[in-house]
Design a protein around this ligand. Structure first.
Ligand code: PDD
Length: 280
């Protein structure tokens, strides 16, 4: 089955899809994105992803109404057309194509709407059974990480360093020494059976998986708490967990070569992942 793309109203094979050089996404990273996965062929948490997409667009004053344009309907149509067992949907909306000047182009420039539909291969079971290693890395990102912007160079550099060191992910640490999140994941930790996350705000992405896992924890009667945590305190946690659309919930067994908890996936990650999969 060929991979599929959608470009401004037209479905084409991904290898045939083109965007102009003067697209502001290409020249300025002046755009936003979403990543949605399917379970049993159905897009998971689509409504939440579309709400966040509208938020990102509004914060950058990119004039597009997600529901008027029918983004949800196009996503569903693309999943059907692509016909994979499970699909990874990427949506990117940029401010559009205009001569390269930093300020916004005139109001008649229309946003560019692009999607790709690829076969979703989930992480190997071994990752969930054994857990993963992280490195810490300086959080070099900008002050609006709550916007799901395509400007991901700082995330790319962090992930590349992790890959180079044989780690699964880079855990970002801000200039005050507090952890924020992974380069493409949210982070949770467990202390005395309580589940902690970094406080919501402009320095982290409002992750959909994080929101759902917090709801699940509430349903399971697990106490949750938003708390600013230093890297050295995180190392003393009973468990550390990474979460995200393609990651689900993965146990972290080592950070910067220091063992976390028992060094193997704990009770909490197993419990919340099981409950999460039951919901998908
Ligand atoms: N990344 N934090 C960051 C910085 C992210 O880029 C992501 C997702 C998450 C998890 O968010 P969610 O649960 O909504 O997927 C947290 C996507 C998957 C990516 O860039 O590919």
């Amino acid at each position: 089955m060929p991979e599929l793309a959608y470009v401004n109203g037209i479905f084409v094979e991904l290898s045939e899809a083109r965007i102009p050089i003067e697209d502001r996404g290409y020249q300025f990273a002046d755009g936003v994105y979403e990543v949605i996965g399917t379970y049993n062929g159905r897009p998971f948490a689509m409504e939440e992803h579309l709400v966040r997409l509208q938020y990102s667009l509004d914060e950058l004053a990119i004039r597009l109404n997600v529901s008027d344009y029918g983004i949800g309907r196009i996503v569903s149509a693309g999943i059907r057309r692509a016909n994979f067992e499970e699909t990874l949907v990427y949506i990117q909306i940029t401010r559009g194509v205009a001569p390269r000047r930093h300020e916004f182009p005139s109001a008649d420039v229309k946003p560019s709407i692009v999607m790709t539909f690829k076969s979703l291969e989930r992480l190997p079971q071994e990752i969930y059974d054994k857990g993963v290693k992280l490195i810490s890395f300086p959080d070099l990102r900008w002050g609006r990480c709550d916007i799901k912007s395509t400007a991901l160079l700082a995330n790319v550099l962090a992930k590349q360093q992790a890959t180079k060191q044989g780690a699964f992910e880079a855990l970002l640490v801000n200039t005050e020494g507090f952890i924020t999140e992974g380069s493409s994941t949210s982070v949770f930790w467990v202390k005395q059976e309580k589940l902690f996350v970094t406080p919501s705000g402009k320095n982290i992405l409002p992750s959909i998986t994080r929101k759902i896992l917090m709801e699940i924890a509430g349903e399971l009667g697990i106490e949750t708490c938003q708390f600013a945590c230093r890297l050295e305190d995180l190392l003393k946690a009973d468990e550390v967990i990474l979460a995200g659309t393609t990651t689900e919930a993965v146990s972290v067994t080592e950070i910067d070569e220091k063992v976390i908890g028992t060094g193997s996936p704990g009770v909490m990650v197993k419990r919340i992942r099981r409950a999460f999969l039951n919901r998908c």
